[in-house]
Design a protein around this ligand. Structure first.
Ligand SMILES: C[S@@+](CC[C@H](N)C(=O)[O-])C[C@H]1O[C@@H](n2cnc3c(N)ncnc32)[C@H](O)[C@@H]1O
Length: 291
């Protein structure tokens, strides 16, 4: 890169480079990475197009762009991602928050509004909390919610702990290292159990895009030959832990809808509800009610 590099030229060059390396939103990614390298907001780039880019900035930016070109997701490069209008820290120990998971949070909030409006306190479990997005978004939106946030990965729980502190909700979130409910105190029951569990089957794992397979934690994705290894264990445990009338809300892969719905039908303590569709009109959140 020569002496004439401006912010605008850097963006143009990088957009082209990332496009050639398979990025689906190259301009956006170039802006996010450049704002990160510069330590500014993305919008501030728009008033800086003609500003010169220093050698130091270009070196920092070049390194980020190179790693993005190799496949590392932008969220890991910049160390954070927005979810439910909140800024979460993410590392390669946690799944990158996906927009579909906002439907899980909305389902929890809808259930609170419809059935628990008069409750003094609402006990929620977030099973497989990862970076803590579901637990944290719920307590930020619902002042009466107390969340038990469970994960089997201590490294993921460290990220969730940090996010809960930074978003000032630690007092209402109990982070528990546990294989599903095994390590949760046996007398603890819940009004709502929400989970975005691992649900990728063994064959789908091999077909995942490189940036998912090579960078995101396998523990957050892989769920046995059919993708239901974790869900199959979770359903009876959730039935055990839900209070009468309580709700189980499960994010699923659209391909698993029928299988998960029949697993719930086979659990006599649960009544299957309507499965919620996402923005792409795909089945996304399976709902069940404890008898
Ligand atoms: C698909 S990720 C979801 C993370 C986060 N809730 C989100 O929506 O971004 C699944 C999470 O479940 C955790 N997990 C996998 N198996 C588990 C188990 N048996 N018990 C508890 N957590 C588990 C993983 O470590 C991972 O953080």
């Amino acid at each position: 890169m020569g002496d004439e590099w401006t912010i605008g030229r850097l963006l143009e060059w990088t957009t082209d480079y990332l496009k050639q390396h398979g990025s689906e939103s190259p301009r956006l990614e170039a802006e996010v990475l450049l704002a990160h390298a510069r330590g500014c907001k993305r919008i501030e780039l728009y008033t800086s197009f003609v500003d010169p880019a220093s050698e130091e900035l270009r070196t920092r930016f070049r390194d980020l762009v190179r790693r993005r070109g190799e496949g590392m997701p932008v969220a890991y490069l910049v160390g954070h991602r927005e979810f439910f209008s909140l800024d979460f820290r993410v590392t390669s120990d946690v799944l990158i928050p996906r927009p579909e998971t906002e439907f899980l949070v909305m389902a929890v909030l809808d259930h609170i509004k419809a059935n628990l409006a008069a409750a003094e306190s609402i006990a929620v479990a977030d099973v497989g909390t990862g970076s803590g997005i579901v637990a944290i978004a719920v307590v930020r939106q619902s002042p009466k919610a107390q969340v038990t946030a469970i994960d089997i990965s201590p490294a993921a729980l460290a990220v969730a702990t940090d996010n809960a502190e930074r978003l000032q909700v630690s007092a209402r979130i109990d982070l528990v290292e546990s294989d599903l409910f095994a390590g949760v105190p046996p007398d603890r029951s819940f009004d709502i159990i929400a989970s975005n569990p691992p649900y990728v089957s063994t064959s789908e794992m091999t077909a995942l895009p490189r940036e998912v397979k090579a960078y995101e934690p396998e523990l957050a994705l892989a769920a046995g030959p059919t993708g239901t290894a974790v869900i199959e264990r979770l359903i009876p445990q959730a039935a055990e832990r839900l209070r009468p009338g309580g709700s189980l809300l499960l994010e699923i892969s659209p391909m698993l809808q029928q299988r998960v719905e029949s697993l719930i039908r086979a659990e006599e303590r649960l009544i299957l509800g309507t499965t919620i569709k996402d923005l792409a009109n795909l089945p996304r959140i399976v709902q069940a009610r404890r008898t």
